[in-house]
Design a protein around this ligand. Structure first.
Ligand code: SAH
Length: 362
């Protein structure tokens, strides 16, 4: 029995079942036993891998996209270049290398990272030492300068609550205890105002998810971009405009694991609802582009030409793995369609390169 499992069993026996969000939050970020608190989970030896770990092209293209946006907005200086949940710092390192020749960009940027995990902060400090990053727990703690931000596979790591449709109300999915096991159960039926908008597109027994932590983050982001009239955010994650069904999943050593089986020892994620992210930023006064599949975005940003240029210098296995990485990032059967991107930008301005505008409400 793991230490965290023991803690959760005792807590639930003492005070009753906990929400899926509480469970996820403890598993990922418990100070002593949380999954992210205690390890670097990325890469072949870890539990999962991400787009920047698959190929340098991902960070290069997103970096140039954000830098182009900065230029088009009049190159504000100084500005905050920030990332939410930078993992090993690979995406940021690739972006910084690719933007070295963008006039004035490096001189103007102040690098700030929002990262909860001490283990990953240490890793980022190694990768990004040359750029003197500063770390924060929350987006709200960033200096009040124009903000250009990246987030890849950050929002999928935020805890979700799950609700099952029951008549005109909802039953929350809870984590309880049976004998020595953690088990899923359902709370009592209750009406829920925050899910009123889902009454029209769900049927009895459907499950919907809410990510309570995402809303304040997106609101803060949108408010900063609106207040300065400058800035942008690129958000990439797996999910859809509005999800339906149970998307909670655990990955351990690159294999699916039952979500309650290894608390604190498996990665836990849920699909991201991009509509909820976009609306929170819009409520705060920012605009957003239309959501775009990752494969389409990378195509529009020129990944084919970049892949070809890199392939020219490669032979044998290195060439094969480079071409496999290109396919993995872009192909519809791999990450190309499941992953989506959303851009937040100031009202009255064009969205960043690769994004179509979304009709603005005046
Ligand atoms: N963006 C990286 C890592 C993705 S994993 C990549 O693409 O490779 C998720 C990252 O978010 C990790 O760095 C994790 O420690 C961080 N994280 C998760 N929850 C967080 C929270 N609530 N606040 C800040 N960082 C968080």
């Amino acid at each position: 029995m793991t230490a965290l499992r023991d803690i959760l069993l005792r807590r639930i026996r003492a005070t009753g079942p906990i929400t899926v969000a509480d469970y996820m939050g403890e598993c990922l970020l418990h100070p002593q036993h949380g999954y992210y608190s205690t390890r670097d989970p990325l890469g072949a030896a870890g539990d999962f891998t991400t787009a920047p770990e698959i190929s340098q092209m991902f960070g290069e293209l997103l970096g140039l996209c954000l830098a182009q946006c900065w230029l088009e907005q009049g190159a504000p200086a100084p500005f905050v270049l920030a990332e939410l949940g930078p993992g090993r710092g690979t995406l940021m390192a690739d972006m910084l290398r690719a933007t070295r020749k963008v006039p004035g960009f490096h001189a103007a940027l102040r690098l700030h990272l929002i990262e909860a995990s001490p283990a990953l902060r240490a890793r980022q400090a190694e990768t990004l030492a040359a750029h003197a990053p500063q770390w924060h727990d929350h987006l709200a703690d960033l200096p009040d300068l124009p903000l250009f931000l990246l987030a890849n596979e950050f929002f999928d790591a935020l805890p979700v609550r799950q609700f099952l449709r029951a008549g005109q109300g909802w039953r929350e999915r809870m984590v309880g205890v049976e004998g020595e096991d953690l088990v899923f159960g359902l709370g009592p039926v209750a009406p829920l105002e925050m899910l009123d908008h889902r009454l029209a597109d769900t049927a009895e027994g459907d499950l919907v998810e809410l990510c309570p932590a995402a809303q304040p983050i997106m609101h803060e982001l949108g408010a900063r971009i609106a207040r300065h009239g400058q800035g942008a955010a690129l958000i990439v994650d797996y999910g859809d405009w509005r999800s339906l069904g149970d998307t909670l999943q655990a990955l351990r050593a690159h294999r699916p694991d039952p979500p309650l089986a290894h608390p604190g020892e498996a990665d836990l994620t849920a699909h991201v609802d991009f509509e909820a992210l976009a609306e929170a930023a819009a409520d705060a006064g920012a605009a957003h582009g239309a959501m775009v599949p990752q494969g389409v975005l990378l195509g529009l940003l020129g990944i084919a030409a970049r892949a070809e240029a890199l392939a020219r210098d490669l032979t044998g296995d290195a060439r094969q793995s480079h071409l496999a990485a290109f396919r993995r990032l872009t192909h519809a059967d791999e990450m190309g369609t499941l992953f989506k991107a959303l851009a937040i930008h100031p009202r009255g301005m064009a969205p960043p390169p690769g994004f179509d505008p979304w009709p603005e409400v005046s």
